[in-house]
Design a protein around this ligand. Structure first.
Ligand SMILES: Cc1cc2nc3c(=O)[nH]c(=O)nc-3n(C[C@H](O)[C@H](O)[C@H](O)COP(=O)(O)OP(=O)(O)OC[C@H]3O[C@@H](n4cnc5c(N)ncnc54)[C@H](O)[C@@H]3O)c2cc1C
Length: 381
């Protein structure tokens, strides 16, 4: 059973999907249990991914990347997240925030900041969420003020992937106080060695333990004036556009996790006996497996359709929110059913299904909690 069948993937994206599958089989899946257990940043696997040319490669060729498309990045996400979500998140976040720079940054910013990430010398991150505010993008309180030819940042960011490990972040901060609350934000490139930047890891998570997020405190943190990305005051709109792409990729996170849950449930029920026969011979179990497959295929079809719509910029916000919601919630529901089908063994920490069950709680939250996605679906449909 090849749940991540390539036929739904456009032909031009199939080679990179194969590369991702081979890499996941060699480096991610065999290390998943240990990486989860240790809860440490998987530097060695990240380096192997960089050598395999599978990290940060959405960056355009002009700046040293492979210019991978949205469909290719989605195909990689499905394969990586099926193998292990924690390691996969670290691999995909190594260039988080770069897209905003190659879409909206200056030539100089692109050469200075994107090339080292594409060429595997640096990693990046994206700092939006704050300790008190995650969903309300127009309610963030971190400020950036222009003083003596520099931008001075003050405030806190929370949940930021690679806040401790990254060389630089794209950061979202308040630059105005106008009545239009959406026009008050801007984006900046923030090197993590800037004076006034402090970051520490947030407390241990129950899932995706091989990825690391941080709490950032900015105390009169100074960055050059030239580090403003795009137009001052356009941060909210740039971010909204970026999230449409990100949500398609996060749909791939959900699909990979759902595929892992279905695979585990199938194998377990075909191997386990009860009442003198295979558990899979009970019709109720077969119906469970059928429902899981139904949900998965529906979510996957929607996701690849949404990828087309976002790539063509056809009502992107609506389609991205639909795919993100459906794919990540499918992961939750099939993981729950897969746990039931495992009986007592479902709760053994060493089991892949127990890891998947904890990991699926996360993509329903990041890149915008699903309650926010439903607001977008209702308003933009
Ligand atoms: C593992 C992980 C990695 C992350 N990585 C990053 C990162 O790299 N960079 C970054 O900036 N952020 C990151 N985040 C943060 C993530 O984007 C936020 O957690 C998310 O946007 C939700 O914000 P919040 O946690 O503050 O929840 P809140 O905004 O406090 O919302 C809590 C709950 O309230 C409800 N709710 C809120 N508003 C509404 C509404 N308008 N309508 C209906 N219900 C609503 C929802 O149920 C929501 O889940 C990460 C989070 C996690 C868990």
């Amino acid at each position: 059973m090849d749940l991540l069948d390539a036929r739904i993937v456009p032909e031009y994206a199939r080679d990179v999907k194969e590369e991702a599958r081979a890499f996941a089989a060699e480096y991610i899946a065999p290390n998943a249990a240990e990486a989860f257990e240790r809860g440490e940043y998987p530097w060695e696997i990240l380096e192997a991914g960089q050598e395999a040319n599978l990290i940060a490669q959405d960056i355009p060729e002009k700046y040293g990347g492979r210019g991978l498309s949205l469909h290719e990045t989605l195909a990689i996400a499905e394969e990586f997240f099926k193998a292990d979500a924690g390691i996969a998140l670290t691999l995909q976040l190594a260039s988080f925030g770069c897209e905003l720079v190659y879409e909206y940054g200056s030539e100089e910013q692109k050469e200075t900041f994107l090339r080292p990430v594409a060429e595997n010398e640096q990693i990046s991150g994206l700092a939006v969420s704050e300790p008190q505010t995650g969903s309300d993008l127009a309610g963030m309180t971190t400020t950036a003020e222009k003083r003596d030819g520099e931008w001075v940042l003050n405030g806190e960011k929370y949940w930021v992937g690679n806040a401790v490990e990254a060389d630089w972040l794209t950061i979202y901060a308040k630059t105005g106080d106008g009545d239009d609350r959406y026009g008050n934000y801007s984006l900046f490139i923030l090197p993590t060695d800037a004076p006034g930047y402090e970051a520490e890891h947030i407390p241990e998570k129950m899932g995706m333990r091989a990825s690391k997020q941080g709490h950032i405190v900015l105390d009169d943190c100074r960055i050059p004036e030239a580090n403003l990305v795009g137009v001052e005051g356009a941060g909210f709109y740039m971010l909204a556009e970026f999230f449409n792409h990100g949500r398609i990729v996060v749909s791939g996170h959900g699909l990979g996790l759902a595929a892992a849950a279905i695979e585990e449930a199938w194998e377990f029920t075909h191997d386990r006996q009860a009442f003198g026969r295979d558990v899979s011979e009970f019709q109720a179990v077969q119906h469970d497996l059928a429902d899981m497959r139904l949900e998965f295929e529906a979510a996957r079809s929607l996701t690849w359709r949404a990828a087309d719509m976002v790539a063509e910029q056809e009502n992107s916000g609506f389609w991205a929110a639909m795919a993100k919601t459906k794919a990540t919630e499918t992961a939750v529901s099939v993981a729950e059913r897969a746990m039931n089908l495992h009986g007592g063994r479902s709760v053994l920490s060493e089991r892949r299904i127990a890891r998947v069950y904890r990991d699926v709680r996360i993509p329903v939250i990041y890149e915008g909690a699903n309650a926010i996605q439903r607001n977008l679906i209702y308003r933009q449909g």
